[in-house]
Design a protein around this ligand. Structure first.
Ligand code: UD1
Length: 432
């Protein structure tokens, strides 16, 4: 196992480059299963989750030619024969559950492991399953697997209202509905940029969709979809993480440039809250400049579905608030128990307490370096951020969580002035 060692206090300077979106690349890869010809995806981030999903897809007989260094992947589902997504792989990455919609759509049947809970608590997939039933699938559970089939080999299509709106369920249902016999409507569909970009790929493949980017997504099934070359969009959560990194660790009054990102994908709530901290954002020729103020102002946030404040930036926001002069609150309503980072941040001297589904933060206290444990993807990056501004050395353990969603983070940060390195570390060795 690796750990990251960060010697805090160096200012962040220069520029950071955003990689392709993890949460968009996964549904794009799933969409490739809906056609029997080669699909080439570009701007695919080189991440552990992408490698895991590649393996899930290969189990079906689909060939995948992956060039991680070039961020390119060609999938050919012409040889797809197997309809199973095994537990051993699905348990490593929940989004593997997209295989349900992709296989049901393409093959009329699927056997996909239920993903189980996640690091910070339960994450149901009931809406995905109800959605498949609404499209005409017969579903049963068999030893932890969802076994689904379409009577007559092809789904009929149907209507489903999502409550709450769900990114994953919208994608899964859209995958299945694209090749259905009839029409489908998803009410209260997710409109996150990841979902919209995925729908654009389906449309480029010949899917008939109306209302993309609105709460009512209409899909008229077609007999076949065509191969396509498609470019993935930038990772909006990495973009937001870099903006927060710039605000806390940049030099007041000096710009840090962020390249290849898109601020419009972050949603208004994040951008408004970010500006309220006093940090300036300027955009020119696709480069976003972030200029930290002399003193950061505290801003309360409440997470929400897009364009609300992203739950995936909530842990990072807590670190930003810890650097402000004053008190603030972070209210988490998407995943009310997503606070595994708080006890670790407390160990670093951050004065934050959990009260129900809120975190109260007293800003301005010194942050101290120590050994802390990554517990999930976004929690782990919040510890790295804290380490960048901590006094002394911070050791972030279990960085495999971080590697799921941040491509070469330590290289990017060290290229921008941060003293950070990855070292081999045996967590279970006796301390000498
Ligand atoms: C996706 C993102 C994840 C992000 C989340 C919310 C991917 C791979 N992951 O996860 O990083 O944190 O969106 O923006 O894209 N829900 C149900 N039943 C369901 C499905 C969801 O009740 O069947 C609830 C969830 O518990 C949650 C809300 O719906 O409260 C939104 O979750 P959802 O949008 O589905 O998240 P994911 O797609 O799993």
């Amino acid at each position: 196992m690796d750990k990251l060692v960060i010697r805090g206090g160096n200012p962040l300077t220069g520029s950071l480059t955003v990689s392709g979106s993890k949460n968009t690349a996964l549904p794009l890869m799933s969409a490739a299963l809906l056609t029997d010809g080669p699909v080439t995806l570009t701007n695919v981030p080189d991440l552990k989750d992408i490698h895991t999903f590649r393996r899930v897809i290969e189990v079906t007989g689909t060939t995948v030619d992956h060039e991680p260094g070039h961020h390119r992947m060609t999938l050919n589902a012409g040889s797809l024969t197997d309809i199973e997504a095994p537990y051993e792989l699905v348990k490593r990455m929940r989004a593997s559950f997209y295989m349900l919609g992709a296989l049901l759509g393409r093959m009329g049947k699927a056997r996909v492991s239920l993903p189980g809970g996640c690091a910070w608590g339960p994450r149901p997939v009931d809406l995905h399953i109800e959605g498949m039933k609404a499209l005409g699938a017969e579903i049963s559970l068999d030893q932890g697997y969802v076994v689904a089939s379409a009577p007559g080999g092809r789904l009929s299509g149907g209507c489903m209202t999502l409550d709450p709106s769900s990114v994953g369920a919208t994608i899964n249902i859209a995958l299945a509905a694209s090749l259905a016999r009839g029409g489908s409507i998803i009410e209260n569909a997710a409109i996150e940029p990841d979902v919209v970009h995925f729908c654009h790929m389906l449309q480029a493949m010949g899917a008939r969709m109306n209302g993309v980017g609105t709460r009512t997504l209409e899909i008229e099934g077609v007999d076949r979809l065509e191969p396509v070359d498609f470019e993935n969009c930038p990772d909006r959560i990495e973009m937001g993480t870099f903006m927060i990194a710039a605000a806390i660790a940049g030099r007041p009054g000096s710009a840090i440039e962020i390249r290849n990102g898109r601020t419009d994908h972050l949603g208004d709530a994040f951008l408004e809250a970010f500006k309220w901290t006093g940090t300036q954002i300027k955009e020119r020729d696709g480069v976003i400049s972030v200029v930290p103020p002399d003193e950061l102002r505290p801003v309360n946030v409440t997470t929400g579905i897009y364009p609300g404040f992203p739950t995936d930036l909530q842990a990072q926001w807590t670190v930003l608030m810890a650097r402000c002069a004053g008190n603030s609150k972070v209210h988490e309503i998407v995943y009310p128990d997503r606070f595994k980072h708080i006890p670790e941040l407390q160990r670093m001297g951050v004065n934050a307490i959990i009260v129900g589904d809120e975190v109260m933060i007293e800003g301005g206290k010194p942050i101290q370096g120590t050994s802390v444990m990554s517990t999930d993807l976004r929690a782990s990056v919040s510890l790295v951020l804290a380490g960048m501004v901590a006094e002394g050395e911070t050791h972030v353990l279990r960085v495999y969580h971080l590697d799921r969603g941040y491509e070469r983070l330590e290289d990017k940060l060290s290229g921008a002035g941060i003293d950070i390195e990855r070292v081999r570390f045996d967590e279970w060795a006796d301390p000498s």
